[in-house]
Design a protein around this ligand. Structure first.
Ligand SMILES: NC(=O)c1ccc[n+]([C@@H]2O[C@H](COP(=O)([O-])OP(=O)(O)OC[C@H]3O[C@@H](n4cnc5c(N)ncnc54)[C@H](OP(=O)(O)O)[C@@H]3O)[C@@H](O)[C@H]2O)c1
Length: 286
């Protein structure tokens, strides 16, 4: 495993297991499989409703002596309906309880909605109390990211963004890194959209190295310095997705993959904003 060093010196694995759309019932089995094939970082969120499954898998793996807690890197995210100092403080305690741990390795604000300044103060406090080893944000696009970075005591250490070969965000990486944070890629396979798993450029490059399209897509990001958190519920795919540290793309490969960039989000766009509006409306926020 390779690691990236965050601005406070914490080492974060370059590849972790993503738990979005893993049902609460299936989550314990999936995270156990992920740990068994060698994953050491797990990405969940309050809004995935599967923190208990992660906590259960992790505590059983630690109790069985498969792995030490300090060798695992657990990420969770404060959901927008838990925003604000008091709600976020309570939700962090709930996440710690569900994850069955004394500390979270990386805690993120899930999205830049609601009172995220209040949320950030709760996270700064949890960080100072060593309940959290690193804090950051997700889906904060340049203006909001810069605002929080400039006007808070502790600067975000990570910004987790939709990032894959079709949305490479190169300009944003530079902007975000200027403020000391690292970009982390969510949906590194574009969730299977845009024909990624049959893409001829990725296929031809993979054939040169005896690697699959998925492995090339992940390798491109990792080799660019971007940590990735691919999701699969299949153990053999989990192992395949982890097996990307024994080959190196050359400059020509990297340049060819750069041509796939369409510079647009697939998931976080106008439609998504409309869905979020509907979601808020269900809670009476209009
Ligand atoms: N911060 C945020 O707002 C945010 C948003 C979305 C996601 N995330 C995080 O990022 C993680 C990854 O993103 P994602 O789950 O949306 O999508 P993703 O990892 O880009 O893609 C997952 C899809 O790819 C398939 N897949 C995985 N490995 C494969 C392989 N080797 N060959 C063929 N198909 C393969 C999976 O199917 P199977 O499961 O059937 O194998 C699943 O349908 C999430 O799980 C979550 O932790 C964060």
């Amino acid at each position: 495993m390779e690691y990236i060093t965050l601005s406070n010196g914490v080492a974060m694995p370059m590849l972790g297991y993503g738990c979005f759309l893993v049902s609460p019932e299936e989550c314990e089995r999936c995270v156990t499989d992920a740990i068994d094939v060698g994953y050491r970082a797990i990405d969940t969120a309050q809004a995935y409703y599967n923190e208990e499954g992660v906590g259960s898998a992790v505590s059983k793996a630690v109790a069985a002596g498969k792995v030490r807690r300090e060798d695992l890197f657990l990420t969770t995210k404060v959901w927008i309906m838990n925003a604000g100092y008091e709600n976020a403080t309570a939700s962090i305690e709930a996440s710690l309880r569900k994850l069955q741990t004394d500390y979270i390795d990386l805690l993120l604000i899930h999205q830049a909605f609601n009172d995220y300044y209040g949320t950030w103060r709760a996270m700064e406090e949890a960080y100072k109390e060593c309940r959290v080893r690193a804090i950051g944000v997700s889906n904060f696009y340049p203006e909001r990211f810069m605002d929080l970075a400039l006007f808070s005591k502790v600067r975000p250490m990570v910004n987790q963004l939709e990032t894959h070969v079709f949305q490479q965000h190169k300009g944003d990486w530079l902007f975000i890194e200027k403020y000391g944070a690292k970009v982390e890629a969510w949906a590194p396979f574009a969730r299977g959209e845009k024909g990624i798993f049959t893409n001829p450029i990725l296929m031809a490059i993979g054939q040169k190295y005896g690697k699959t399209i998925g492995q090339v897509a992940l390798r491109f990001l990792v080799q660019s310095g971007i940590p990735v958190i691919p999701k699969s519920t299949h153990k053999e795919r989990m192992a395949e997705n982890l097996d990307i540290f024994d080959f190196q793309l050359d400059t020509e490969d990297m340049m060819q993959i750069e041509t796939l960039d369409q510079g647009m989000n697939i998931f976080m766009d106008h439609e998504d904003a409309v869905q979020i509006e509907d979601f808020f409306a269900r809670f009476g926020v209009k």
